[in-house]
Design a protein around this ligand. Structure first.
Ligand SMILES: NC(=O)c1ccc[n+]([C@@H]2O[C@H](COP(=O)([O-])OP(=O)(O)OC[C@H]3O[C@@H](n4cnc5c(N)ncnc54)[C@H](OP(=O)(O)O)[C@@H]3O)[C@@H](O)[C@H]2O)c1
Length: 358
């Protein structure tokens, strides 16, 4: 039977360690977990069962495995240390018999975005970024409709626009919206991106390193590799939509408490075909996966065992190809969730009304 493995790692140290090691998660504080994660070996989490393609009937199995490094550790350590630990985790996938391995969250962000890891492993590797891009754009469209925002007349913003996911999202939105803010932290990279997009963009492009520019935007896609939440309640205008694709999150939880007039949605959440059982709680309800996991699963269902989304430059051809493959096998964008809770049509209506009042 064809198979895959997917690597996750602790994002919120205490919460995530507790999911596998309740005692350690209880007694260790976050700085200690950060510290010890450097020395911990890769961890087997579970076997994933019952994934069946809706179109071909093919069934596959998979494994969830963990690279122990926390996001914080991954950005602090020299790249070679992080690569070594990710490769060790990939070797576990090989020993389990996986035909392809997906890199989750910061295991895909660190260094060159999977290229070195793929070179060192004997099985193909993907970061899952292509399907993440496809679903992020689908989410923005769906949310715009629900909030009565006309995409072609809207001002949009991509935060982390110079990143692997951000750049292609920006390129796609630049063909659709009226004005697009390219937001990041390195001005030079943003200007280079501006020059690359200019020729193919129907939108007016604006470069900014200031998150206060978000106040101008109706539609926001945020996808940085910041370890801390960066988008705060004062940044958002009433009635706007913000799709947070980043893990750890870019959007501060304070927004959930203080802003009842903006729609915050978790980006990259997908329903997996079949009666999938992950046999491990990674924070999603049954049947749902991150888009990057879904890309790995879709490639296994397709029998496409080759290195896929790798490196710091995503490409549009792969975004379109993986969206078609995922569609064919029955993956679907999930109903909206906000801060890991489902969000109903009634709640969205209330957000719209609150925005109008303001
Ligand atoms: N939901 C999902 O299924 C899913 C799937 C894949 C990835 N992700 C998440 O998506 C995020 C981005 O991944 P990626 O592969 O695109 O990473 P990447 O290529 O490293 O890009 C990250 C971008 O964020 C920018 N950035 C970092 N810190 C920032 C800050 N404090 N303020 C503003 N911009 C900042 C970087 O700017 P500089 O270049 O100037 O440093 C860069 O443009 C990560 O959080 C990852 O875990 C989620």
């Amino acid at each position: 039977m064809d198979s895959f493995a997917f690597i996750i790692h602790p994002i919120d140290p205490k919460r995530d360690v507790k999911r596998k090691f309740p005692f350690l998660g209880k007694v260790l504080n976050a700085p200690l977990i950060n510290f010890f994660s450097t020395f911990f070996p890769p961890v087997y989490l579970s076997e994933i069962q019952n994934i069946t393609s809706e179109s071909t009937g093919k069934t596959i199995k998979g494994w969830l495995i963990a690279c122990p490094l926390t996001s914080q550790r991954m950005v602090e350590l020299p790249e070679w240390v992080a690569y070594r630990k990710i490769v060790q985790t990939g070797r576990l996938a090989e020993r389990l018999g996986a035909d392809i391995v997906g890199l989750g969250a910061f295991t895909a962000v660190v260094g060159d975005g999977g290229i070195t890891v793929a070179k060192r492993l004997d099985i193909p590797v993907t970061t899952g970024n292509s399907y993440t891009i496809a679903t992020a754009i689908q989410s923005i469209h769906k949310a715009a409709k629900l909030m009565n925002i006309e995409v072609s007349e809207a001002t949009a913003a991509v935060v982390g626009a110079t990143g692997s996911i951000g750049e292609v999202c920006a390129a796609l939105l630049a063909e659709e919206v009226a004005r697009l803010f390219l937001i990041g932290r390195t001005e030079k990279k943003l200007h280079e991106l501006h020059s690359r997009l200019e020729g193919n963009s129907s939108a007016q492009l604006v470069v900014s390193t200031d998150l206060n520019s978000l106040w101008e935007a109706d539609l926001i896609l945020t996808v940085t590799s910041s370890v801390q939440a960066i988008v705060q309640p004062q940044h958002l205008r009433p009635g706007s939509v913000i799709c947070d694709v980043a893990r750890p999150r870019d959007v501060s939880e304070a927004i959930a408490k203080e802003r009842d007039d903006v729609l915050v949605i978790d980006g990259g959440v997908v329903d997996v075909p079949g009666l999938v059982n992950f046999n491990f709680d990674f924070g999603f309800p049954p049947g749902k996966a991150y888009a990057c996991m879904a890309e790995t699963i879709a490639l296994a269902l397709e029998g496409k065992f080759e290195d896929y989304s790798l490196g710091k430059k995503s490409n549009l051809r792969q975004v379109r190809e993986i969206a078609a493959i995922a569609d064919k096998h029955g993956f679907k964008l999930s109903g909206f969730r906000s801060f890991e809770r489902p969000i109903t049509d009634m709640q969205i209506k209330t957000i719209r009304e609150n925005a109008k009042r303001k």
